[in-house]
Design a binder for this molecule. Structure first.
Ligand code: SF4
Length: 270
């Protein structure tokens, strides 16, 4: 595990570059709304911000640093990247960027790449095992570092794609909630970008010229079903641009009495 300067490890308000744009204000507003509604960030939280090097997690860290400066209560942030030893991973990029952002950080190093290559049969995608291994490492690190919350960079579009993926392929109506207690009760996962649209985050990352690390270094095909769902939503949105927003709204307005879930119906009767 690589550590930054111990002097920087105390709780403090980090200082990302001061700038305001309409887009930044919009994203900050959406994070603030999600945080308030779902009690994502609370006084004295120590938030582990998981940064993969993609546009979403980099935007999340930058925006959370601004929120940290403006919040009426103290909380601390520690950026964490897991170097999974993928071939060609530019290991210097994120430490340099974290230092420029003025944020406390940790780089975890675990060769999950070799495990995945070894275990997954040829022709299959690596993502499922890779994500499971990554999750375990991050959850353990959060506990070891005394972090009260783990922030992941999933956004509104991830949430609606996951909803449809589960409905189409798993026969379940569920998605990624903004706040989730891990099954073993050790960790609380939060998704501060839950109300932010992917297109806005992409535009913001471009505006700020984040040094994005490509996600295909592992050589795996991106999850093909997810790609299909993304295309489907984009296609529908061409005919009616309200569809992505309506799908998201549908996750926030479930009407149990009009569903066929007996467990839910029993709960209504009790
Ligand atoms: S794209 Fe590669 S790094 Fe990302 S989850 Fe899949 S296997 Fe892991």
């Amino acid at each position: 595990m690589q550590l930054d300067n111990p002097d920087t490890q105390s709780k403090r308000r980090s200082l990302p570059p001061i700038r305001t744009s309409k887009l930044e204000s919009k994203l900050l507003h959406q994070i603030g709304k999600a945080s308030k509604e779902f009690e994502l960030i609370e006084p004295d939280d120590k938030v582990m911000v998981c940064v993969s090097g993609g546009k979403d997690s980099m935007a999340m860290l930058h925006l959370l640093q601004i929120i940290q400066r403006r919040a009426p209560f103290p909380f601390s942030l520690v950026a964490v990247n897991l170097d999974q030893k993928q071939p060609g991973f530019p290991a210097h990029v994120l430490p340099e960027w974290f230092r420029a952002q003025g944020v406390e950080y940790r780089i975890l190093e675990q060769d999950t790449y070799s495990i995945v290559i070894d275990k997954v049969p040829a022709g299959k995608t690596y993502c499922s095992l890779c994500s499971r291994l990554r999750r375990g490492i991050l959850y353990n690190a959060a506990e070891e570092m005394g972090c009260s919350k783990i922030a992941l960079g999933h956004h509104r579009d991830d949430i609606i794609e996951t909803l449809l993926l589960n409905q189409f392929f798993s026969g379940q109506t569920k998605t990624m909630p903004p706040k989730l207690y891990s099954q073993d009760g050790r960790n609380i996962v939060i998704r501060p970008l839950a109300m932010c649209a992917e297109a806005d985050l992409a535009a913001f990352a471009e505006e700020l010229e984040f040094p994005i690390i490509p996600c295909d270094l592992c050589g795996s095909q991106e999850n093909l079903q997810r790609k299909k769902i993304k295309r489907l939503i984009a296609q529908l949105a061409k005919e009616n641009d309200k569809i992505p927003g309506n799908l998201f709204a549908a996750t926030r307005k479930v009407v149990p009495s009009h569903m066929l879930d007996m467990e839910l119906l029993k709960q209504l009767e009790d």
